[in-house]
Design a protein around this ligand. Structure first.
Ligand SMILES: Nc1ncnc2c1ncn2[C@@H]1O[C@H](COP(=O)(O)OP(=O)(O)OP(=O)(O)O)[C@@H](O)[C@H]1O
Ligand SMILES: Nc1nc2c(ncn2[C@H]2C[C@H](O)[C@@H](COP(=O)(O)OP(=O)(O)O)O2)c(=O)[nH]1
Ligand SMILES: [Mg+2]
Length: 199
């Protein structure tokens, strides 16, 4: 992967990280953000699942990690995001990056290799709500990690590794906390307000 040169960096405006727990509704909200603002949506989980589906050797290694609900190596996911950003850098109005950073070190590396985010959206959901939604999604999602045991591990890891990311960016004043307990549209109106505050 070539380095993102200055020219690319200047064009990468509006990097929005979407960092919250599994099942909090990121994917659902991202679709609505794309429809309204035309940003490029990149989901680290979707990029990784695409690699798994390709049947590559790397995909097989990733599948084993994801099935257990653990984090894949930092460089693998950052390379995938960077590659996807470079492909869209000339035409994108902004990037909405869902599921990343998942640990403070990922955020630090992203800034070193790509740039600083302008906003971090955080949907605050109760553990009970997340579990309930994921169990329900598991009835039809076909995802190997939407089962009771792996959901528990994903939640534990979220509290241990990902919540500190929010505190890290709170120090910079770019975190917008969103309450998840309403309807999809109520959640979206808070998301839209946060994005509009960037203008
Ligand atoms: N930034 C990341 N760093 C490391 N591993 C990741 C990252 N993003 C995704 N993964 C891997 O992919 C799996 C699925 O991620 P994904 O973001 O799709 O699920 P999630 O956070 O549990 O939330 P949801 O499916 O509810 O959006 C994770 O459990 C992890 O193994
Ligand atoms: N009741 C309710 N359910 C919601 C809301 N947003 C998403 N959901 C549902 C849809 C999915 O089945 C499940 C998880 O949503 P998702 O968008 O896949 O979440 P995420 O795992 O990408 O964060 O919860 C929401 O705002 N309210
Ligand atoms: Mg998702």
């Amino acid at each position: 992967i070539p380095p993102l040169d200055r020219c690319h960096c200047n064009k990468i405006i509006n990097v929005i990280h979407f960092t919250c727990g599994p099942g909090s509704g990121k994917g659902t909200q991202c679709e609505k953000v794309v429809a309204k603002y035309g940003f490029t949506h990149l989901s680290s989980g979707d990029l990784l699942r695409a690699e798994v589906s390709s049947g590559s050797e790397r995909g097989k290694q990733l599948a084993a990690i994801m099935e257990k609900g653990e984090l894949v190596p930092l460089d693998t996911v950052l390379d995938m995001i960077k590659e996807a950003m470079i492909a869209k850098a000339d035409t994108s109005k902004g990037f909405l990056i869902d599921g990343y950073p998942r640990e403070v070190r990922q955020g630090e590396e992203f800034e070193k290799k790509i740039g600083a985010p302008s906003l971090l959206l955080y949907i605050d959901a109760k553990a009970e709500t997340m579990v309930k939604r994921l169990m329900k999604r598991g009835e039809t999602s076909g995802r190997t990690d939407d089962n009771e045991e792996t959901i528990k591990k994903r939640l534990d890891l979220y509290y241990k590794a990902t919540e500190p990311v929010i505190a890290f960016y709170e120090g910079r004043g770019i975190v917008r906390k969103i309450d998840s307990e309403g309807s999809v549209d109520q959640v979206f109106s808070q998301v839209a307000k946060a994005i509009d505050s960037l203008k």
